[in-house]
Design a protein around this ligand. Structure first.
Ligand code: BGC
Length: 453
């Protein structure tokens, strides 16, 4: 008999501002780096942009009603910095802030707990013009922005997260350039990473001064495994890959030190931060948010950069449309690892989901997505497994509520539990949404009898 979920377990879905809102310049908002990036030819597949996306900015009430119909008890969304502060700092735009006030009020009316993320990759372009994440002033800029939002919403928002997946911001935005702002430099990536951590720390400190509830950090973790015939070089590559992706942010933020592998990974690009600079990154948080999608089995590969490791496809496994292996056991193991390594902090699964092919238009009004149902079922069972192994998991957010703009993939990768017909903006809950609604209504009972692997 699998363990039950705790009584106050939060059942949610997650989204982010640029991926769903549309109307990026409405009501006095300033453009973000994603607005610029998507409007640069060749950057986003199919030339897609966030100009309309899911039109959520104009359909917010309808979308909250959808969440209520699914029985969600939590909703994780992000706030677009440039709607609140069009220039990134200084002048506040009440109309932009007003959108999030209305969203939060609507959620509360529907009995849904809001979880707000302050930064999900859409830096105001005006700050990028001043160096963006490379400028040391980004930490106080972020704290000032956070303060404006806390003052407006903390009376109604009990759960806050600072930065979504700092590793992706630095790796995609500054190391490999596949995400905004599209730079490609190890020297920049190491600096951006450090300033992301400084901004996180400053955002938490601002919360301690102004807020009354809980604040945490959201990281993406991908367990790095070895093949059965791994060599010493493979082992070394695995350790470097694990340090780069999984420990580079959590160790400084929670333990006050960078992993020892960092100089080997960055070589001449490693800035060699002073001990006091690194210790200043450690600021207590109330919880950790885990975004979990997959694992990778790695091998040494001298041509790979900055870590000499390549993922080896597992031919026996199911893979998603983004090429990610379905590996629910990794979610259970990661939750337990976080619990053990970082002092038993409360944990939320802040994202977990899969892109599988769905047709652009529903067929006879329905969208059947058995692979996504399987993904959800096995990963929720993995959360039960982690609970049974002692991890303090307080909630789960499926990624994502809606099919949306999957960054550089545009709308070509569908992660939603609710189908969006981008030609008409019609929403259709998929079979996975109906399954999730049953799980929620039964407090997890609908999962009984399923295995986590
Ligand atoms: C991000 C989401 C993204 C999802 C699927 C996460 O890294 O936080 O914005 O859509 O993964 O790629």
């Amino acid at each position: 008999m699998p363990p039950t979920f705790p009584d106050r377990f939060l059942w949610g879905c997650a989204t982010s501002a640029y991926q769903i809102e549309g109307s990026p310049l409405a009501d006095g908002a300033g453009p973000s780096i994603w607005h610029r990036f998507a409007h640069t030819p060749g950057r986003v597949s199919g030339g897609d942009t966030g100009d309309i996306a899911c039109d959520h900015y104009r359909r917010m009430r309808e979308d909250v009603a959808l969440m209520r119909d699914l029985g969600l008890t939590a909703y994780r969304f992000s706030i677009a910095w440039g709607r609140v502060l069009p220039d990134g700092r200084g002048r506040v735009n009440p109309a932009g802030l007003g959108f999030y006030e209305r969203l939060v009020d609507e959620l509360l009316r529907a009995g849904i707990t809001p979880m707000a993320t302050l930064y999900h990759w859409d830096l105001p372009a005006a700050l990028d013009d001043r160096g963006g994440w490379l400028n040391p002033d980004i930490a106080p800029w972020f704290a000032d922005y956070a303060g404006v939002v806390y003052r407006a919403l903390d009376d109604r928002v009990p759960l806050w997260t600072t930065i979504n997946e700092p590793w992706v911001v630095a790796d995609g935005g500054y190391m490999h350039g596949v995400l905004a702002p599209g730079h490609r430099s190890a020297f920049e990536a190491a600096i951006a990473a450090h300033h992301l951590l400084r901004a996180h720390a400053a955002g938490v400190q601002a919360y301690r001064a102004l807020g009354r509830h809980e604040v945490g950090l959201v990281v993406n973790i991908e367990p790095k495994h070895l093949a059965a015939d791994a060599s010493d070089a493979d082992r070394r590559a695995r350790d470097l890959a694990d340090a780069y992706m999984n420990r580079q942010y959590l160790d400084p933020a929670l333990l006050g030190r960078y992993p020892q592998e960092m100089p080997a990974i960055f070589g001449a690009a490693w800035p060699g931060w002073r001990d006091d600079e690194v210790e200043a990154l450690r600021v207590p948080v109330d919880f950790l948010g885990l975004n979990y999608y997959t694992r990778s089995v790695v091998r040494h590969d001298a041509a790979a950069w900055p870590v000499p490791a390549t993922a080896v496809r597992q031919p026996q496994a199911i893979h998603t449309e983004t090429g990610w292996e379905l590996y629910p056991q990794g979610l259970a193991d990661t939750l337990v690892w976080l619990h053990q390594r970082y002092g038993g902090l409360p944990l939320y699964v802040t994202e977990n989901g899969a892109a599988f092919y769905d047709p652009p238009h529903p067929i006879e009004g329905r969208v059947e997505d058995p692979l996504r149902v399987h993904y959800l079922r096995t990963h929720l069972a993995a959360v039960q497994d982690a609970l049974a192994r002692g991890a303090d998991v307080r909630g789960y957010c499926a990624w994502s509520l809606l099919d949306n703009l999957e960054w550089a993939h545009g709308t070509s990768r569908r992660f939603g539990l609710v189908h969006v017909d981008f030609a008409t903006q019609q929403r259709t809950p998929k079979a996975s949404a109906r399954f999730y609604a049953d799980v929620i209504a039964s407090g997890g009972g609908a999962l009984a009898g399923t295995a986590s692997r």
